[in-house]
Design a protein around this ligand. Structure first.
Ligand SMILES: [Zn+2]
Length: 291
């Protein structure tokens, strides 16, 4: 391990409350396009005649439902189930030794939940929680993938609503305020696979007052210099190195007790913060929709 890695390892070992934010690099490395698939924007516009920002909207879901689901099935989901990613498994295994209390992500693939990571907040919702707008029954990503053209509720025969936030919709206020509360409480803020100019990250980092902002990403990006510690390269290999060393130096943690409901009762101050975040987010999504 080099000097920075050693320093970061000691910080991780000694932190009482680590907040992890996982960004879009992680799913892109696994070949998943994400909701807007910015990296293939030209191909999408060429093939569909519309941009992804126009397609992933309530307007298309209600008025051009075939079109919407074609995009959902082929661009967002892809042909095959991604399975459990090694990066997600490493975070789960690190959680056995160090105090990773929360893992927040704007990725919609339930990558961390599926690996068995505790306390995941999927801020934009997930492709595993599609639901019937009539009876509320939930359907996973494989159900959507397997139904050519439009996936319907088996009981009500109405098209499903996706479990993730559409362009122009507001992020679930409960989820973002929960993530803000956790970011505010943590002593170490670890970012894995994200630009530090990412909108969701920028919304969360405003509430972090510590001096341990750590970044692990595949390559350097503009704006990274706000991090106190930075490591670049193969994310999976970097995490593996931490996992190998930390697991040989620390005993396993006791299984964290599930948080009491009372802890999430909002104080007047945090409610204000959540309101601000919500407003900022509305502005952001409106902005995206306009483009
Ligand atoms: Zn139904």
């Amino acid at each position: 391990m080099n000097v920075v890695e050693n320093k970061v390892k000691e910080i991780l070992k000694n932190s009482k409350n680590i907040f992890v934010y996982c960004g879009t690099t992680v799913h892109k490395l696994a070949g998943l396009n994400g909701v807007l698939a910015e990296h293939i924007a030209y191909e999408i516009e060429d093939y569909y005649g519309y941009s992804s920002e126009e397609i992933v909207t309530d307007n298309f879901l209600t008025r051009r439902v075939k079109f919407f689901f074609d995009y959902y099935q082929n661009i967002i989901l892809g042909k095959t189930d991604p399975g459990v990613l090694p990066i997600a498994e490493e975070i789960r295994d690190l959680q056995k030794y160090i105090n990773i209390e929360t893992v927040a992500t704007d990725t919609i693939y339930s990558l961390y939940e599926r690996a068995g990571v505790d306390n995941v907040i999927s801020i934009n919702g997930t492709v595993e929680n599609n639901y019937c707008p009539n009876c509320g029954k939930q359907y996973d990503a494989n159900y959507v993938r397997a139904h050519r053209i439009i996936p319907h509720c088996e009981k009500c025969q109405v098209p499903l609503r996706p479990g993730f936030t559409l362009v122009g919709e507001t992020i679930d206020n409960g989820l973002i305020s929960k993530a803000i509360n956790e970011a505010e409480k943590c002593d170490t803020f670890l970012v894995i696979g994200s630009s530090l100019r990412d909108k969701v990250f920028k919304n969360l980092i405003k509430y972090y007052e510590g001096e341990n902002l750590i970044l692990i990403n595949d390559k350097e990006m503009f704006g990274d210099d706000i991090a106190n510690y930075r490591m670049y390269g193969d994310i999976e290999a970097i995490l593996k190195k931490f996992l190998d060393e930390i697991s040989s130096e620390l005993p396993m943690r006791e299984k964290p007790v599930k948080k009491e409901k009372t802890e999430t009762v909002e104080t007047a101050e945090t409610t204000d913060a959540a309101d601000t975040a919500d407003t900022a987010d509305k502005a952001d999504t409106a902005d995206t929709a306009d483009k």
